[in-house]
Design a protein around this ligand. Structure first.
Ligand code: G3P
Ligand code: MG
Length: 232
């Protein structure tokens, strides 16, 4: 369990292919399906850390507009799928077993500092990994005494970005699947970081990635990925 497993299966937004993304049932389901860790996205709303992917409400709720412009009460009145509410990050910690890893992706502005502060006052027992596309938010998390390993997300390959990640002491790099060539995965692994690939929903692709030396995948369908793992 957690991020040290030999090959890590991470439930993307819980289990986004099987339950409403980033809701408590999605996280519970991912755990029941045997993931090593779950991934979730956070945004700062009214000074609280909301578990939510998009900058706007339309795609996944019955609300409209930018989530960061709303009050906490306003977003709690919304349906985030199947009658579920948008969770606060502490609720996710509370529903998961302490051995399940939690990868917290800093999405919105101010999340690095807010997460560092929140972990200082309420440190869950779960293995944690804090990631972002934003180096600035990750730096702020570290400067604010954020006590968890960090990971840098890469959607466009740029060697300078990789160097910066290594300078920051990133524990892992999270690479988009279309960038995950055998040469690149081997090169990154040689830099001494773990390499996790997002988002992988095809079991055959999972097998390939394992063979070329990736250390884990994010998946919307942990059931399929676990079945594939069991075969090997
Ligand atoms: O953390 C992996 C993945 O979640 C990054 O992309 O847009 O799904 O948050 P996105
Ligand atoms: Mg994410």
């Amino acid at each position: 369990m957690g991020f040290d497993a030999e090959f890590v299966i991470i439930g993307h937004r819980g289990a986004a292919g099987l339950a409403p993304e980033n809701t408590l049932p999605a996280f519970r389901l991912a755990e029941r399906l045997g993931v090593d860790a779950v991934e979730l996205d956070i945004r700062l709303v009214d000074g609280r850390l909301a578990v939510f992917h998009d900058s706007t409400l339309e795609r996944t709720t019955n609300g409209t507009g930018a989530i960061e412009d709303k009050s906490w009460d306003e977003i709690q009145a919304l349906d985030a799928g199947g009658g579920e509410r948008i969770p606060e990050i502490s609720q996710v910690f509370d529903v998961l077993d302490g051995a399940t890893g939690v990868n917290i992706e800093l999405k919105g502005k101010g999340t690095g500092a807010a997460l560092a502060e929140s972990l200082m006052s309420n440190r869950p027992s779960h293995p944690l990994l804090v990631s972002s596309f934003s180096i600035t938010e990750l730096e702020t998390f570290q400067r604010s005494s954020g006590s968890a390993p960090i990971a840098v997300l890469i959607a466009k390959f740029d060697e300078r970005h990789v160097h910066r990640a290594i300078e920051l002491g990133a524990w892992s790099l999270h690479l988009h699947d279309r960038l995950a060539t055998p040469e690149r995965v081997a090169h990154l692994a040689d830099c001494g970081v773990r390499v996790f690939i997002y988002t992988v929903n095809n079991p055959m692709r999972l097998r390939e990635l394992r063979t070329i030396g990736a250390h884990g995948v994010f998946t919307d369908v942990p059931d399929r990925c676990r079945d594939e793992q069991r075969k090997s």
